[in-house]
Design a binder for this molecule. Structure first.
Ligand SMILES: Nc1ncnc2c1ncn2[C@@H]1O[C@H](COP(=O)(O)OP(=O)(O)O)[C@@H](O)[C@H]1O
Ligand SMILES: [Mg+2]
Length: 461
């Protein structure tokens, strides 16, 4: 038979009926025997015993009914406190017809809660992982200006710790003077941006309010982005434009001055020829500059299609040395080219490598005082062919070496200009070698000389 609260109550009711019945009988018997209405002592004892038994019986039955209900109630309270509980311990009451449905519904509810909690947790951990691994910093502030979330990037970029847990503390550290309320009550989809410098980095900070629905503000989100590289590139671009303008202005001023003199003044034929020569020189300089700039611009746009072939680096180097003998001899230099060993052919764009070698050798010619020695050595290491151009010229100071490949960078601007340099030669060399899987390395000692080493692949990739 199924245990049931109904059964238990029936038992209790029957026992009450029985007690009432026995009491009536007892009263009746007492009346017959004693012929009066007074309870005999026996009757009283039996009656009390029966009441006591009924009391015990009702306690047992009430326990029987309330225990499972209490357990269910306790489990529900635990769930309300946010705990996930197991409903197995309620299975023993499944025979209670009245509460089996409650237990069943409770188990179902628990399953649903478990599933929702799992979904919520995995969603939360996904969001956490994304936030933690973002390169941008993110901080969320509550309406009371407390930090409710901060990711690692934000702490690293802003140099803050967990102790900086309010909007005020963080703003003070970054010296940002923006009222929190102004951000929080920004019109929909509007943001406030500002820039700060922290530990050599330039940071772009965007503040945006977030809402529970469209109207109620819930707090403010701060997004931090490192824009140091963008700022550096922007400065380089500005510097480049300024350099180009300056480089063009110098020869233009000369050309204007000399041409005006020729036009406005009474000059002898010799003077006119002398001035015209200067104009011609300056025009040539401008031409060189424009040619170099166009070449760099093509290299930047990756418009250059390298025509890579296998060729003899030894033959090419010797040919260039021959071609440059004349310029070298004008400064009474000794220019030698020598292959230490028989080197395999290299795989690169021949015209580009020709220009690379011309630029490097002409630098040695330019920056070596008259009567210098310039040696071009050829060899190979592993599967790379190597060319070394060594001069005994003025050398490059250590501090300038790392900037030597920058556009327009020159150790001595005046000297370079006098030599007809544009300050773009080595940057072109670097770009060309990069495009041909080549390398370049420069060692130098001031007043002793410079050693430029380039290497090129001897195998097709
Ligand atoms: N062999 C060298 N000896 C001394 N200085 C050199 C040498 N090669 C390059 N430099 C220095 O590097 C600078 C940049 O070279 P480059 O880019 O070719 O420009 P430039 O047009 O001035 O020759 C030169 O202005 C010069 O100061
Ligand atoms: Mg040069």
């Amino acid at each position: 038979m199924k245990n049931s609260i109904k059964n238990s109550i029936s038992v209790l009711s029957i026992s009450m009926v029985v007690i009432t019945f026995i009491t009536t009988i007892l009263l009746f018997v007492t009346k017959v025997i004693n012929k009066d209405n007074i309870f005999s002592l026996t009757t009283l004892v039996v009656l009390l015993a029966l009441i006591f038994i009924t009391y015990i019986f009702s306690i047992i039955i009430s326990k029987y009914i309330t225990t499972p209900l209490k357990k269910i109630e306790r489990s529900m309270r635990a769930v309300a406190d946010g705990k996930i509980i197991n409903t197995k311990h309620l299975n023993e009451y499944k025979n209670y017809a009245e509460i089996v449905d409650v237990i069943h519904s409770f188990s179902l509810m628990m399953k649903l809660i478990k599933k929702n909690t799992f979904d919520l947790n995995s969603q939360q951990s996904k969001t956490d992982i994304i936030l933690e691994h973002m390169a941008d910093g993110v901080i969320a502030f509550s309406t009371t200006q407390q930090v409710v979330h901060v990711n690692k990037s934000a702490m690293r970029l802003l140099g803050i710790s967990l102790e900086d847990d309010t909007f005020d503390k963080i703003s003070e550290k970054l010296k940002i003077k923006l009222p929190f309320d102004k951000i929080m009550y920004l019109p929909n989809y509007k943001t406030i941006e500002t820039k700060v410098d922290v530990n050599d980095n330039t940071l772009n900070i965007v503040f945006v309010p977030f809402f529970s629905d469209r109207l109620t503000p819930m707090g403010v989100i701060m997004v931090v982005r490192n824009i140091t590289e963008n700022v550096r590139l922007d400065n380089l671009r500005k510097e480049f434009v300024a350099n180009v303008s300056h480089e063009l202005k110098t020869p233009l001023t000369s050309i204007r001055g000399y041409s005006e003199t020729i036009m406005n003044e009474d000059l002898t034929y010799q003077e006119i020829v002398r001035f015209a020569k200067v104009i011609n020189q300056e025009a040539n300089r401008m031409n060189r500059l424009v040619v170099d700039l166009l070449q760099l611009s093509r290299l930047d746009d990756k418009k250059v299609k390298w025509n890579k072939v296998m060729f003899s680096l030894e033959d090419l180097s010797k040919l260039i040395c021959e071609k440059m003998q004349y310029v070298a001899s004008q400064k009474h230099h000794r220019l030698e080219c020598e292959a230490i060993e028989k080197i395999p052919n290299v795989y690169a764009d021949k015209d580009a490598i020709e220009q690379v070698l011309i630029n490097i050798i002409s630098n040695s010619i330019k920056y070596t005082p008259d009567g210098g020695i310039i040696k071009v050595y050829l060899g190979y290491v592993g599967d790379r062919a190597v060319v070394k151009v060594i001069d005994n010229g003025i050398g490059i100071p250590e501090k300038d070496l790392e900037r030597i490949f920058e556009r327009f960078y020159r150790v001595d601007k005046a000297r370079s200009r006098k030599m007809g340099g544009t300050g773009l030669g080595l940057s072109i060399v670097k770009e060309m070698l990069d495009g041909n899987d080549g390398t370049i390395d420069i060692k130098s000692v001031v007043n002793k000389g410079t050693e430029v080493t380039i290497s090129l692949p001897t195998k097709k990739k």
